[in-house]
Write a protein that binds this ligand. Structure first.
Ligand SMILES: [Zn+2]
Ligand SMILES: [Zn+2]
Length: 352
């Protein structure tokens, strides 16, 4: 039994080892200032941030989990645009397969950046990779860093504009990135002694599907509306704007609750592949999404986790621990995750 029940936690934090702007030591300092009970550093495709935090020494007032956020290809039967983000907690940092695979992913990221910069240059945006790396020393460079420099050099008026016009998926300077398959990511995390969790499922965007007129109540000469709107999970609970019949991954979903059925199938599939939890608490989830994904996790015997997806000044409206101000993840979720990882219970030394 721990003694931090009243405290909040943040299990989704990016350091400057990926696309956050704070170093792991600064993150530990901030977590102390904010009186957080537990944190995890979950950088994109790297454990360098977690490793640095451990090397720096974890303050005795904070519980710390090693972590990662892997961008994975969606399972074949659940195609979505972009990637599935798989969080891993409590990883053994010296696991050879984990380290080898992350090395491959880091190399792929490094090759992608010069390609995107070349495309931007052709579009008249005068920035170089040297400028980006000089501006963000130390960590891996990715699209948010490029966007940030575009903003600083006034080629765009916001990070969003950089993504909407240039760097977003399908935009003129976008280059697709190499990803591991979802199953491999889950297996790799578990192989390293960690617990895999599906990050922010409400942000997944599903778009596959053909109109299936024979199944639709709409008359044949009337076009069936888009079978599967882009941001399907966001509309799970409204259901109003959805067409009556949806086809995705070769399965047909009908009726008002077809969104729920679809996501239920997806979670069942991921669980069979090794998934152990769902990140229901995320600043981009609405309160009803938080409740929905927590309920879904319970129904499938999975853990619930949460964090702010803190990136420092790359996402200035999100604060560590508190998101946009009212975000709170209870300490009890850390304790459940900790016991899943199999860590020994820690005695509280700083009570009173
Ligand atoms: Zn993510
Ligand atoms: Zn993240």
């Amino acid at each position: 039994m721990d003694c931090k029940e009243q405290l909040g936690i943040d299990l989704h934090i990016h350091s400057d080892a990926s696309d956050g702007t704070f170093s792991p030591s600064e993150i530990l300092g901030l977590a102390q200032e904010q009186n957080l009970g537990a944190i995890a550093i979950t950088d994109h495709d790297t454990i360098k941030g977690a490793r640095e935090a451990v090397a720096a020494g974890i303050p005795s007032s904070i519980r710390f989990l090693t972590g990662i956020e892997i961008s994975a290809n969606p399972p074949p039967s659940f195609p979505c645009s972009g990637s599935f983000h798989i969080l891993g907690y409590g990883l053994g940092l010296d696991d050879p397969i984990l380290n080898q695979t992350l090395e491959v992913l880091q190399n792929a990221r490094r090759e992608r950046n010069p390609q995107m910069i070349r495309r931007l240059n052709r579009l008249g945006i005068d920035i170089s990779l040297n400028e980006v790396t000089a501006r963000f020393k130390g960590g891996q460079i990715s699209r948010p860093h490029i966007a940030f420099l575009m903003l600083e050099k006034k080629f765009v008026s916001s990070i969003d504009e950089a993504f909407d016009n240039y760097l977003g998926k399908g935009k003129a300077a976008y280059v697709d990135k190499y990803r591991v398959d979802c199953g491999k990511a889950l297996k790799m995390i578990r192989g390293a002694g960690g617990v895999p969790v599906l990050a922010h499922p409400g942000l997944l965007s599903f778009h596959e599907g053909e109109p299936i007129e024979s199944l639709s109540p709409t008359s044949p000469d009337k076009p069936v509306p888009d079978v599967f709107p882009d941001t399907f999970p966001r509309h799970l609970l409204s259901g109003k704007s959805l067409p009556p019949t949806s086809l995705i991954g070769g399965r047909v979903y009908r009726g008002r609750r077809r969104g729920h059925a679809f996501v239920g199938d997806m979670i069942r599939t991921l669980k069979a592949m090794g998934l152990r939890g769902i990140e229901s608490h995320h600043p981009e989830h609405t309160p009803s999404q938080v409740a929905f994904y927590a309920k879904l996790a319970k129904r499938h015997g999975l853990l619930v986790t949460g964090g702010t997806d803190f990136h420092g000044s790359l996402k200035p409206d999100i604060q560590m621990g508190s998101g946009r101000g009212d975000f709170f993840v209870p300490y009890a979720l850390y304790e459940k995750l900790k016991s899943e990882i199999g860590m020994r219970g820690e005695e509280c030394k700083d009570e009173g």
